[in-house]
Design a protein around this ligand. Structure first.
Ligand code: UD1
Length: 346
């Protein structure tokens, strides 16, 4: 290592679920993650846990990304910026319907602040967290990056669509800027060390946290939303991707950005496994992987849910030299190992 130049990567939301795993992947690839997080939806000991995995402490700044002065102070403190990965955002679909202003203010406000700072500082490379939610209910499967973007079902979904548009517009007028929009499918699992994972506040909205909490006895039973979808077993299909595979995609995206000589529009990549699994398959695979039964019942469809979506991830494979390598069973096993480290709610 010696006096090799440190490649600082600003990671907004670096203490969150995907952000924390990406810090590990960055460190493993030789980058220096610099975390900025307001800990609104993450715990203050996460940076220490990351340090335990990678064997060295990482810089952490408790600042809200919408606070321009606070963000400037961070940018002033470091010499060289290799890029920024922007995770900091709220992500609960139901909450976004109940509190749209909260979502627009935070998710759009933080992005605007960041883009302003990228304009003012030598920080030119941006990886943005987007979502397959931009495709809505697709006509053709798997979805490619050329599949049409559909009107969002929620303010959360709009913040991703609008975020993509804002970056695209800013890219047009910023010759030095390089950006990628990563459209995540369904991130699940945890780091295999069991030191970091997903920490849903209260009752989980997402499937896998609900499955593992039910297996742990924190919830009486899982409700499978809908068994009348036009799929083989009647339950909805998603593309579940291990969070470490997703984390590694960010590192590859950053590397890719540094190879781009010029860019008029952002790079757009689906980040999924390319395979769909039904809710029932997730439950069965969890039971096989862990030997633990998940009590469940069938309920009605959840409003706003699509029937089936999974990625065509060949563009990411070709351009970023990235593809998912971990199985659904591994992801569920790792999610379960993580769950077992958690204390039940009081
Ligand atoms: C949701 C969001 C997506 C967001 C992602 C991450 C929608 C339409 N999409 O994805 O935009 O990026 O979360 O936060 O809300 N399920 C059950 N029982 C449960 C929970 C879920 O059967 O208790 C089913 C759902 O109906 C769905 C599947 O499991 O078919 C996956 O649900 P979930 O984990 O919430 O992810 P998405 O809805 O795909």
């Amino acid at each position: 290592m010696g006096n090799r130049k440190v490649k600082n990567v600003l990671v907004t939301g670096g203490a969150g679920f995907i952000g924390s795993h990406t810090c590990v992947a960055l460190a493993e690839a030789g980058y220096q993650p610099v975390v900025v997080d307001n800990f609104a939806n993450s715990q203050s000991d996460v940076p220490d846990r990351i340090a335990q995995i990678i064997g060295t402490a990482i810089p952490v700044h408790q600042v809200d990304c919408t606070d321009e002065t606070g963000m400037r102070n961070i940018l002033d403190r470091y010499e060289d910026w290799h890029g920024v990965i922007h995770f900091a955002a709220y992500k609960a679909v139901g909450e976004s319907v109940a509190h749209p202003l909260k979502y627009y203010r935070n998710n759009i406000g933080s992005l605007l602040t960041l883009l302003q700072l990228m304009n003012d500082y030598p920080l030119h490379h941006l990886v943005f967290s987007s979502s397959c939610t931009v495709y809505g209910e697709p006509d053709h499967l798997p979805v490619t990056e050329k599949s049409p973007v559909r009107p969002a079902e929620s303010p959360y979904g709009y913040t991703k669509q609008v975020g993509e548009q804002i970056i695209t517009d800013q890219q047009q007028v910023s010759p030095a800027m390089r950006s990628v929009l990563l459209r995540y499918f369904n991130p699940i699992g945890a780091h295999p060390s069991g030191k970091i994972g997903e920490l849903p506040l209260g009752k989980p909205e997402n499937l896998v946290p609900y499955v593992v909490q039910t297996a742990a006895g924190w919830r009486d039973q899982l409700t499978i939303f809908g068994r009348d979808y036009p799929t083989e077993d009647g339950t909805a299909i998603r593309d579940y991707i291990h969070v470490m595979d997703l984390a590694e995609a960010h590192v590859k995206a950053l590397d890719w950005l540094h190879q781009q000589e010029a860019q008029e529009t952002p790079g757009i990549f689906n980040i999924g496994t390319g395979r769909g699994h039904s809710v029932k398959e997730v439950v069965d695979t969890f039971e096989d992987a862990t030997g633990i039964k998940v009590p469940h019942q069938f309920g009605s469809r959840r409003p706003g849910d699509v029937s089936s979506i999974y990625a065509d991830a060949t563009l990411a494979q070709r351009e970023l030299n990235w593809s998912a390598s971990r199985t659904l069973g591994e992801a569920l096993h790792d999610a379960w190992m993580w769950q077992q480290t958690l204390k039940p709610p009081a």
